[in-house]
Structure formats: C-alpha cells, structure tokens
Design a protein around this ligand. Sequence first.
Ligand code: MN3
Length: 201
Amino acid sequence: MFTQKELPYQFSALEPIIDSKTMEIHFTKHHTTYITKLNDALSTHAELQEKAVEELLTDIKSLPEDIRTAIQNHGGGHANHTLFWEIMTPEKETLPSADLVAAINSKFESIEAFKEKFSNAALTKFGSGWAWLVVKPSGELDVYSTANQDSPLMQGDKPILGLDVWEHAYYLNYQNKRADYISAWWKLVNWNKVSELFTQP
Ligand code: MN3
C-alpha cells in the first residue's frame, strides 16, 4: 500500500510565496486523496501492489485496462506531488550543480532562456496540469507541460523539476493570476534536489 512521506518542512515554511492554508489543503487533502484512490485501484490487482509508482507509470500501456486510467490519474497524482514537495525548499539561494548548468546551457543556451521556456509552458497549459524539466532516455534535457496528472514517466522521460499549475496549487493566494504564482515560485526551487535527481541514474 502506498503511503505519504512526511513533508520535509512546515506548511508555513514557503510563505509568503505559497501560503500555509494552501500547503495544508494541498498536502492533506489533494495529495492524500490521490494515494487513497491509487490504493483502491490496486486493491483488486495483488500482482501490481509490490511495484513502485514510477514503475507503474513507466509501464502504463501494459497495465490491465480496468485500472489503467486510475493509475494514470492517481498514480500520476501521487508521483507528481511527491516530487513537487521535494523540489521546493524554504532555504534561500540553492544553486544548480555545474553539471546541470552545463546541460541546461547546452540545451536552452542559458538559465534565463530555460526559465522562460519552462514558465511559458506553465503559463500556457490550458486547464489543469504541470510544467516539467525532464531528462530524456538519451540524457538530453527537455521542457514541456502535461495535462491533468499525466507523468513524464508515461513517455519514458524522468522528471527532475515540476510545477503544479492546477488552481488548487495557487488559487487562495493568487486567484486568476497564474503568472504571478509562476514567477514567485522560482524562489522556492530546491536546486540541490534537482541537481541530485539529474545526476541519479
Ligand atoms: Mn496539486
């Protein structure tokens, strides 16, 4: 059965960029519900219960049809939020590693150009979804958005940075001003963690 890892900081730790109430509802209601529904879906498929959520999402096409959509939505929701909590920090001014900077420069030409591309993916995602920085199987970086809770793992890419642009992630503080949420959010990125994920095989 999947369980929720403890949040690595207090609900209020990311204030004022993400308010305490939003963090609390997001973590204890939204993320928790994805886990409950993921476990519900797997309850009829004992053979899949030992697998990691990343493995389920990577192999989504081979999953039994009756639970495929539930794993896509709730397994995706669980994996995406687990990553999201980890790639944010109240620590100020963490920096990407030299290797990650080199990879970003090689793909996007500069950190600024990368941030602009990522922010644009987040801003222009119509409806609910996520913006991602991923490592492709070739080792190359890429930026794109996905709808709903679709995980980059479903297309064989490894997400190392993700931004939740569902309204539940920002509405209390920012209402319809998604652009303000996105530009403020960069200050929360835990570059130590993103760099670590980039380096991991
Ligand atoms: Mn969310």
